[in-house]
Design a protein. Structure first.
Lengths: 469, 834
């Protein structure tokens, strides 16, 4: 047998299954206090990496002067009132704002790349790598932050990671400026040449996370059926074993242990359910909601539930898509998102654009509060979560990638203090912050990330006066 | 002919003793001179076979074999040099039996003409031929005196087999990719038992699949509203007719959707936007002066017409979504299409026009001067709301053969139904205990619902049952160390999954149950019947496509700027072309050498236009004669495109593919830290370089040279075909040079030169084919001890012009297919199962 030496471990097989590996079980894994330790045990931290496109008003010269994104003071005593971040004031002790970092990898390196920023930048946000300009299948960027983490620890949970998005995407074909649409459509790259598809339909997310069924009763019914089938399978596997060879018997024994594992999970669901302590799942959504806000909040609900139940610890979430012309009615701005971003450096239009930025940021506290309401160990799930929120563009009017919007939330297993505004030295790569983030969530052996030049300490308390200049 | 054929099979089987039970002809018995264990010379029985392929020389004595090998091979394959990790310094032909793997490797390289390498000192051709023949004879004798049918653990159904089995059982087409994890490919195939591991994820997938499939098959009155999204790839052209949509329409999509119940459903169409958030194709609407219409139809009947407004935009309330009111539809699979109704038909006099890949650039849809029309991005089907019941569907007809009209008829009817379905699903008789289990499921479903609910639960139980999912084969009741014959019922499954890729049909089960399948005559008859059945297309879609690595074509998407004539429908057509071509070899029982020689292929209009074949219209594929520039599978678009990269051809990948698939001798992987071709510059001294020139620049490194002088010429001979497989005479403006020298020194020019050079080594092609077919048939790696069987099959096939059926019959009748040895007990083997 030539392949006898090929040891195919279970882990190897599980890899590559990706998000199709959903388990049906799920309320079980929604205990009031979950198994995840409260210390920053390696790989236990939940990571949600959220991208918003088109930069921010605060990245313009005028916006910076008016503190439309980063507050005037560094350290703890920052004032968010003039900033698009003002909706975060209620959760300010949980956020870490890092201003003044650059995303040079999103800039044009060669003449044909000039102008293609919208079609390249999203691929840079989490990879911190410069994408290869191509409209064919020979795409290339880098491994993204979330996938680096999921690649190391994702096997500890039923689903290694999930990728969500709001705007419709295609993943095939070219967009413009000689860039394949995958660069615009996906922020997660499992390998330098492997962008991952993003899921837009909350129902798909729901089914993958929690099993099929629109109501609690339906899911309970399906669990009951599965349990009865598993019970009976035990007997039929035993009968099969009676007449076969030794190695095949051992193979079936493997299978029996899988049956017992799935039974155990179902039993756990049932017992948690009967104890009345389970968290309520939202009703299964039918499809994509018409309203942007409803859609985003539903995606946050699902992420929070998945974190609380430890079904997966890694999400990437693309909250928009480059050159989207969507209008956000509640901002009072009637111009489409992309047109509004090309503010022509007019102060009134920059102010309008800041309103859109503020609206996007205003959706975050919903997620943060949800995680905070979930107790875990002596703290909350938020304590064991790291949220990254940022944009791969700075001033969208000129398509630059300097002084890009970036903030972190949560406490990453106690390793991130929060309640801070850090102003990076001029020219600091955004990758420096991601490198420190990786170190904090259990990957302290990673020497560099993207174009990082050292790591930027996300707990650094700076002298307020230093930043006020 | 029959006599002769059986005679040589007899030789391979007889040493086992067991085969004597079969109806072997007297010729076999007459030839069964036992091989002498240490004989340095071939025995008459086996030599006769070897000599037929090597008419040049009389058998070469062992001392001479040793002398040739130490003289010509051991210079590189020395103790110190160990070229290819092999030392032949102390080679002794007398001890060949001690290292069959090495001998088989030598035979492979010698037969392909790859050794001794180009430029090296070598004996004359007759001597090489005699040496190879003698080595083969020696291995054949060894196998005859020590037969080994091999062993593998039990196989489980692959995704494709699961889908095919569900189609046969329940008359239901499903896609299991959302449920079952992808199959691990090993040795080129997805059904290799050793690579099929178990995990809770897999079991969970089985449970969810059983639950969903049983509901899809029988309908689901409790179905809650959900939505299914069907996406139109952006790389699909939508300016022309799409298959399955109403005739006369343009673009859109046609799908078969399973409606879980009779009820109300809503269709939502989302249209493509331009990058700046306007409706793609709004210029076309402006030109025609009237809004475009999108027709939704079910089974060809219009159920709704939606208006596509030129003013749609990101900023609009519903963006690019238009939806229908609730529409009442019946349960079951229905063909749904959404396609545009053209409002104006006439020539457009633009200076520039989109070609096939109409969305290659998303800005053209708003630029005047290029008339484009709206494109569909996806179609969402949401429902059911207000379930009213479940209408008759093909699956329900298949399942409900009886309908109880009174309470006391329910259990007998259920028992019949469950037994019938389980017999087919389990591929043999259902034990009392298994039936009792399944009836428990029925009871459970009946108690919570009605008769149908009970049957549905039993179907769910069948689909999750290990006897359905696993192809477990029994062992003799008394423990044995000897090889044993596989039971007839199990042989029927082996046959069916091999030839049909699915469960056996009723006739095959009947023959197996009667106990006659083990006889060679009945086996031959069944194989002939199965090959004639359309289900034998699986040999093309399952075996052929994996052997030729057709799945790789999905990995390449040509650059839209350089190759705007490409779109996804071209890729689909190319894949279908090769499948149809392979199926024609099976169906018409043609020679395997037609893989190289065939002067015909299959095209639809899209592909015919691409190849420049005239007078083909419509989406249906048909057989056409090829122009002299194309012959066989190597010049088909699928192979040429999947061995390219997005923006250029890759002679290295093409050469590698030929070595791996056509010659059965893949090159070793490149050493680490080798710069890619892309790292060499595309121009030199201001002159744009062709792919060939860039490769020669790249190849100047001597470390790369030793392999690439073998690989590259094979691929360079195909340089007349561009990334998309279109014929060309220039590359980057430089005239194409498709000349080269095969590794054995044969001069080649173009695809036809390559074909003739490959035909000189047809034994390698045949070995690759038979070996791969056997790997797929057995679900295990083909070992050195199998190679004598491979050669015997090739020899027999040669007597019948290498007809495909002779290979299939040869494998089915081999001991490897009909027998098994007990599972190995060594720890290494046991470890391998994990």
């Amino acid at each position: 047998m030539l392949i006898t030496k090929r040891h195919l471990s279970r882990r190897t097989v599980l890899k590559g299954i990706g998000v199709t590996a959903a388990l049906p079980l799920l309320e079980a894994m929604l205990p009031a206090s979950s198994a995840a330790a409260q210390s920053a045990a390696k790989g236990k931290v939940r990571l949600a990496a959220i991208e918003m496109v088109h930069g921010a008003a605060g990245s313009t010269a005028f916006g910076a002067k008016m503190n439309m994104w980063s507050p005037a003071a560094t350290g703890k005593a920052f004032d968010l009132t003039p900033s698009a971040l003002s909706p975060l004031d209620s959760v300010r002790q949980h956020i870490t704002i890092v201003s003044n970092t650059d995303l040079r990898m999103a800039e044009a390196f060669t003449t044909p790349e000039i102008g293609g920023d919208h079609f390249r930048a999203s691929a840079v946000f989490l990879t911190q790598a410069h994408p290869k300009q191509t409209m064919g299948s020979d795409v290339r960027a880098g491994i993204s932050l979330d996938q680096l983490y999921a690649g190391r620890y994702g096997q500890d949970t039923p689903i290694p990671s999930m990728q969500l998005c709001i705007e419709p995407v295609d993943q095939a074909g070219g967009c413009e400026y000689g860039y394949s649409c995958v660069y615009t459509d996906s922020i997660s790259w499992s390998k330098a040449d492997a962008p991952m598809p993003m899921i837009r339909d909350p129902r798909t997310v729901f089914d993958q996370l929690f099993g099929v069924g629109a109501t609690k009763e339906e899911r309970a019914q399906r669990r009951k059926e599965d349990r009865s089938i598993l019970d009976t399978l035990m007997g039929s596997v035993d009968r099969l074993k009676a007449q076969i060879g030794s190695v095949d018997k051992a193979r079936l024994d493997d299978y029996l242990s899988d049956i017992r594992e799935i039974e155990r999970r179902i039993q756990k669901v049932e017992s948690v359910n009967s104890s009345g302590e389970q968290r309520e799942l939202p009703g299964a959504p039918v499809g994509v909601p018409d309203s942007y806000e409803e859609h985003v909040k539903l995606m946050f609900d699902l992420q929070a539930l998945a974190f609380g139940s430890d079904i997966t610890r890694v999400f990437s979430f693309k909250m928009s898509r480059d050159v989207s012309g969507r209008v956000f009615p509640s901002t009072g701005v009637t111009t489409g998102f992309h047109n509004a971003s090309h503010h022509n450096s007019r102060e009134d239009r920059i102010r309008d654009f800041a309103k859109i930025n503020r609206y996007h940021v205003s959706l975050l506290p919903y997620f943060i509060e949800r995680l905070k309401r979930m107790p875990e160990g002596d703290g909350t799930v938020l304590d064991n979560t790291l949220i990254v929120y940022g944009s791969p563009m700075g001033d969208p009017n000129v398509h630059n990638h300097r002084r890009v919007p970036l903030l972190f939330a949560g406490h990453a297993g106690g390793t991130l203090k929060g309640g801070l505004h850090i102003k990076a030295a001029d020219g600091t790569p955004m990758a420096n912050t991601f490198l420190d983030a990786l170190h904090k969530i259990g990957m302290d052996d990673v020497p560099s990330f993207g174009d990082s030049a050292g790591s930027l300490d996300l707990n650094a308390v700076q002298d307020t006066t230093a930043a006020a200049q | 002919m029959r006599q002769l054929l059986m005679a040589s099979v007899g030789v391979t089987l007889l040493g086992l003793g067991l085969a004597a039970h079969d109806a072997q002809g007297p010729a076999a018995a007459a030839q069964s001179t036992p091989a002498t264990r240490t004989a340095p010379r071939a025995t008459p029985a086996v030599r006769s076979a070897a000599v037929r392929t090597a008419p040049v020389a009389p058998a070469m004595v062992a001392a001479e074999q040793t002398r040739i090998i130490t003289t010509y091979c051991a210079t590189c394959h020395s103790e110190r040099g160990k070229a290819g990790g092999l030392s032949l310094a102390s080679f002794d032909a007398m001890k060949a039996h001690e290292q069959p793997e090495v001998i088989e490797k030598m035979i492979r390289k010698l037969r392909a003409g790859m050794m001794p390498p180009p430029g090296a000192r070598k004996p004359d051709e007759a001597a090489i031929e005699a040496l190879t023949g003698a080595l083969e004879t020696r291995m054949d004798e060894l196998a005859a005196s020590n037969p080994n049918p091999g062993w593998r653990p039990f196989q489980r159904l692959t995704r494709a087999e699961y889908e095919a089995a569900v189609r046969d059982l329940l008359d239901l087409d499903i896609d299991v990719t959302p449920y079952l994890p992808a199959d691990t490919q090993a040795h080129g195939f997805d059904n290799i038992a050793q690579a099929q591991a178990f995990s809770p994820t897999l079991l969970d997938g089985y449970l969810r699949a059983a639950s969903q499939v049983s509901r899809m098959a029988l309908g689901d009155k409790q179905a809650s509203a959900t939505s299914a999204t069907y996406r139109v790839l952006q790389t699909e052209s939508q300016m022309t007719y799409v298959e399955g949509t109403p005739f006369g329409s343009r673009g859109g999509i046609a799908v078969t959707h399973h409606f879980p119940a009779d009820g109300d459903y809503i269709f939502k169409a989302m249209l493509q936007r331009t990058i700046s958030g306007e409706l793609f194709g709004n210029t076309g609407i402006a030109t025609s002066g009237s809004n475009e219409l999108l027709e939704i139809s079910v089974n060809g009947d219009r159920v709704a017409v939606l208006e596509v407004l030129a003013s749609m935009s990101d900023a609009g309330e519903k963006g690019f979504v238009i939806d229908t009111p609730a529409i009442h539809l019946k349960a079951g699979p229905q063909r749904v299409s959404a396609a545009f109704v053209p409002r104006f038909v006439g020539p457009v006099d633009d200076l520039m026009m989109p070609i096939d890949h109409t969305l290659v650039d998303m800005r053209i849809g708003t630029g005047f001067g290029i008339t484009s029309m709206p494109h569909l991005q996806d179609l969402v089907i949401a429902g059911p709301m207000k379930v009213t019941g479940i209408s008759e569907t093909p699956s329900r007809k298949r399942v409900f053969a009886c309908r109880p009209t009174a309470a006391n008829e329910e259990v007998p009817c259920a028992t019949d139904t469950v037994r019938r379905l389980a017999t087919q699903a389990f591929r043999g008789p259902v034990s009392t205990a298994d039936l009792a289990d399944l009836m428990k499921f029925y009871d459970q479903g009946r108690t919570g619902g009605d008769f149908e609910g009970g049957i549905r639960m039993a179907v769910q139980g069948i689909l999750a049952h290990p006897r359905f999912l696993f192809r477990v084969e029994g062992v003799p009741a008394t423990p044995t160390t000897a090889a044993f014959r596989v039971g007839d019922i199990e042989l029927a499954s082996r046959l069916s999954f091999f030839i049909w890729g699915t469960v056996p049909d009723a006739e095959l089960i009947k023959v197996a149950t009667s106990g006659t399948l083990k006889t060679t005559a009945v086996l031959e008859k069944q194989v002939a019947r199965m090959l004639a059945d359309p289900k034998s297309d699986a040999l093309a879609t399952r075996f052929g496509s994996q052997w030729l690595r057709l799945q790789d074509i999905e990995k390449i998407r040509p650059d839209g700027i350089l190759y705007p004539q490409w779109d996804q429908s071209l890729t689909d057509a190319m894949r279908r072309e090769t499948e149809l071509f392979f199926a024609s070899l099976v169906r018409e029982d043609r020679s395997v050498l037609d893989l190289l020689n065939a002067d015909y292929t299959f095209v639809n209009e899209r592909l015919a236009r691409h190849y420049g074949v005239p007078n083909v219209t419509g989406t249906t594929f048909r057989r056409v004669s090829l122009p002299p520039t194309r012959r066989g599978v190597v010049t088909q678009g699928s192979i040429l495109m999947m061995t390219s990269v997005a923006d250029r051809t890759s002679p290295v990948q093409r050469g590698k593919w030929i070595m791996q698939v056509m010659l059965g001798s893949p090159p070793p992987p490149p050493p680490p830290n080798v710069p890619t071709l892309d790292a060499t510059s595309g121009s030199q001294g201001g002159k744009v370089l062709s792919v060939r020139e860039r490769m020669e620049q790249h190849r100047s490194n001597p470390a790369c040279m030793s392999c690439h002088r073998v690989i590259d010429p094979l691929g360079l001979a195909l340089e007349n075909f561009d990334v998309t497989g279109q014929y060309r005479i220039k590359d980057n403006g430089v005239p194409v040079d498709s000349t080269g020298e095969l590794y054995d020194g044969t001069k080649m020019e173009g695809a036809d030169g390559l074909r003739q050079a490959l035909l000189r080594h047809k034994a390698s092609l045949l070995t690759s084919f038979t070996e791969s077919l056997m790997t797929y048939a057995l679900g295990r790696h083909v070992e050195a001890f199998d190679m004598p069987t491979v050669r015997a099959i090739n020899r027999d096939a040669g007597k019948q012009n290498y007809r495909v059926s002779t290979f299939v019959q040869g494998i089915v009748k081999s001991q490897a297919f009909r027998m098994s040895r007990p599972a190995p007990t060594t720890s290494t083997d046991a470890d391998a199962r994990q």
